[in-house]
Design a protein. Structure first.
Lengths: 122, 238
């Protein structure tokens, strides 16, 4: 292993160039703030966190089902009655999700996962 | 003894790190194993806190290495037992040789794009009460699905516009970027985050091309940064 005496060359200094420094600073601060510094582990937050995670995944699937239903409707393969039935089923699913959210004290914006730089899950 | 590992290379020179320190103020050392050299410093503890100071130190050491040649930076907070470093390098030799070849002679530059709220709103699909298929007699279920259809079309239009922004940037950098790593986020105002691997000495050309896109597209705000060590191009190819 080599150890060195003092006197080191200057490192490469990256330059940041923009005419909109304030806008980028605000945006990048928002991204940095979305990453939690630490996770609080107590029984209540674990239960709440688990409910949030499970409901987020259900919400993701629910939205995928909605998109699939829209695709099928646009495809023209469904009769008017089938469209109505599908729409009613999805309405009920949405209402059920609202009930579950209320039960766990969660809002719409809670049912998402911030994946940092790559954006949000939903 | 545990070591904090900053980067690995096959062209790292001893004099580059003379007298320099790393995370926690520990002196930098160069560990040579076979064809590779790893920049490390001693570290006490089990984990490296992700503090601003430590992250800055990590980048500063990698930037020091970048001054002379292009290393492969380790992920922030990488700790390794002194005794296991040699085994790691021997096991990963083929991967490291390929990865170093990929970035040799290059630096990473970054471009970020913000689009304004007006630009994003232009992607939304306006509500049209007289939309085809929606008869006055349509039931609640049909009305629900038609409303969802408008939402889906709006999201698709937004994604399409966001991908158009990414394509405009890619087009501007054609022939300059050897590789790209691009993330598109249509729902955010920071719509494109891109990293590009470019040859050393062409950094100003990169900045000028990003500037040119900014002049051409008044709806976009752009930021160019770099040169950086190849943080986005040191992992497996995606």
């Amino acid at each position: 292993m080599e150890k060195f005496p003092p006197d080191s060359p200057a490192p490469v200094s990256p330059e940041v160039e923009t005419e909109h420094a304030a806008a980028f600073a605000e945006e990048l601060r928002r991204v940095a703030d979305s990453l939690p510094e630490r996770i609080n582990l107590d029984s209540r937050s674990v239960e709440q966190g688990l409910a949030k995670l499970v409901l987020t995944l259900i919400e993701l699937i629910r939205r995928l089902l909605e998109k699939q239903a829209v695709r099928r409707m646009e495809g023209g393969g469904l009769s008017d009655e089938q469209v109505e039935e599908l729409g009613l089923a999805l309405m009920k699913l949405e209402a059920k999700m609202a009930e579950l959210k209320a039960q766990f004290g969660l809002e719409d914006e809670d049912l998402n996962l911030d994946l940092g730089p790559i954006g949000k899950l939903i | 003894m545990r070591l904090y590992a900053y980067c690995v290379g096959d062209e790292l020179a001893a004099e580059t790190f003379e007298g320099a320190t790393g995370v926690g103020g520990s002196p930098l050392m160069l560990v040579r194993r076979g064809a590779f050299a790893v920049v490390v410093s001693e570290f006490e503890g089990d984990a490296v806190p992700a503090s601003r100071e430590n992250v800055t130190e990590h980048n500063r050491v990698n930037a020091l290495a970048l001054a002379r040649s292009t290393p492969l930076p380790f992920r922030f907070g990488t700790l390794v037992e002194d005794a296991r470093l040699g085994a790691y390098l021997a096991k990963q030799e083929a991967t490291l040789v390929a990865a170093l070849g990929r970035v040799r002679g290059c630096v990473e530059m970054g471009a970020k794009v913000i689009w304004d709220a007006g630009g994003r709103a232009a992607g939304a699909v306006e509500e049209d009460e007289g939309e085809a298929g929606e008869s006055p007699a349509a039931g609640a279920g049909t009305a629900f699905l038609l409303a969802k259809r408008r939402e889906v079309l709006g999201e698709e239009a937004l994604r399409s516009r966001a991908e158009g922004v990414a394509a405009a940037l890619a087009s501007r950098l054609e022939g300059l970027a050897r590789e790209s790593s691009v993330q598109v986020n249509p729902k955010g105002s920071l719509v494109v985050r891109a990293a590009h691997l470019i040859e050393r000495g062409r950094e100003e050309e990169y900045r000028e091309r990003v500037r040119a896109l900014g002049r051409e597209r008044e709806d976009l705000r752009l930021m160019a940064s770099g040169p950086w060590p190849p943080y986005s191009f040191s992992g497996p190819r995606s």
